[in-house]
Design a protein around this ligand. Structure first.
Ligand code: DON
Length: 309
């Protein structure tokens, strides 16, 4: 496995020159474009890593999987899915077009509009505190914390998200005050993790909510089923269809450069590489996952005799 991950890294690195680091949030532009890393965990707890797997990065849109879990746990299925849909959009992650043309509610919890509504559904005295507690619990790391400078940078420059939240308010979709909900959303995006943290979380998702290392049921199965389905159909924005065909691994990306991925075989994988493609997905990360899918036969719909194309 070590040598397969090294090969995946070499393969992923070849694509780095054709993308660029996110710069619409000024703090993210400081990331080192040469970084690329991966962590993979098997159900028996064995852990494999390669490259810059220990470099911390902010979750960004990967936070959307945790906020969905928290909303489903605290508000329930009916409430959440009366406010947000389950359909892929084919539009970019921060698109406003469907709100303006009144195709409401927002298509799914993995795009910004849907995630902002999902965050507004969370029933908790302090939603961010609960969110952070959930992240720490599912990543088995109590030191996970907010990256204050990314949070402030995002809050200062997040005008598109502001537009989305106010449009949602004007159509009576948003629960609560836009600025308050946005502040929660910006906090959640700015939580800092490593691939090791996210691979541990992915291991739980991959095993239907049961942590195979401790034997503890960490999440209810129905919640995990929803989250993984939406990861497969919507987790890579307007590249979700192509990524589902090529890699076939339920995954969620973030513009911080992370991708969290859960396999049918019960593996948890996370990648980090801040150079993004035009759709906002880590270019090295997507290629490493495609490589592993083909090498290890990880495609969700692959037959036993699957051969890579
Ligand atoms: O809302 C934003 O713009 C960011 N905090 C998160 C977006 C994101 O990660 C999209 N990713 N691919």
């Amino acid at each position: 496995m070590d040598s397969i991950l090294q090969d995946a890294l070499i393969y992923g690195k070849k694509y780095l020159p054709s993308g660029k680091v996110a710069n619409y949030i000024p703090e993210l532009a400081k990331a080192d474009p040469s970084h690329l890393g991966i962590c993979l965990m098997l159900p028996d707890g064995s852990t494999y890593q390669a490259g810059d797997f220990q470099v911390p990065f902010t979750m960004q849109s990967i936070a959307k999987t945790f906020s969905l879990i928290l909303a489903l746990k605290t508000a329930g299925y009916e409430t959440v899915f009366s406010k947000v849909g389950m359909e892929p959009t084919g539009d970019c992650f921060d698109s406003i077009v469907q709100l303006e043309t009144k195709q409401l509610p927002p298509f799914n919890p993995m795009i910004n509009a849907g995630a902002i509504v999902t965050v507004s559904c969370i029933k908790a005295q302090d939603p961010f505190e609960e969110f952070l507690a959930l992240v720490r619990q599912l990543c088995f790391n109590n030191t996970i914390a907010l990256n204050e400078s990314v949070y402030l940078s995002e809050k200062r420059t997040g005008m598109r998200n502001r537009s989305i939240a106010y449009l949602l308010q004007s159509d009576q979709i948003l629960e609560g005050e836009p600025e308050q909900v946005l502040d929660q959303y910006f906090h959640m995006c700015s939580v800092e993790v490593t691939t090791v943290d996210l691979a541990r979380y992915a291991l739980i998702l991959a095993n239907d909510g049961l942590d195979p290392i401790t034997g503890t049921q960490m999440l209810e199965e129905w919640i995990v089923r929803i989250v993984k389905t939406l990861m497969l159909t919507c987790g890579m924005y307007d590249e979700s269809g192509e990524f589902a065909v090529k890699a076939g691994i339920p995954s969620k990306s973030g513009v911080g450069g992370g991708i969290v991925a859960t396999t049918e075989q019960g593996m948890g994988i996370a990648t980090y590489g801040p150079v993004l493609n035009q759709k906002g997905n880590s270019i090295g990360g997507t290629h490493m996952l495609e490589y592993l899918s083909s090498k290890l036969n990880l495609h969700s719909f692959a037959s036993k005799t699957y051969t890579a194309v």
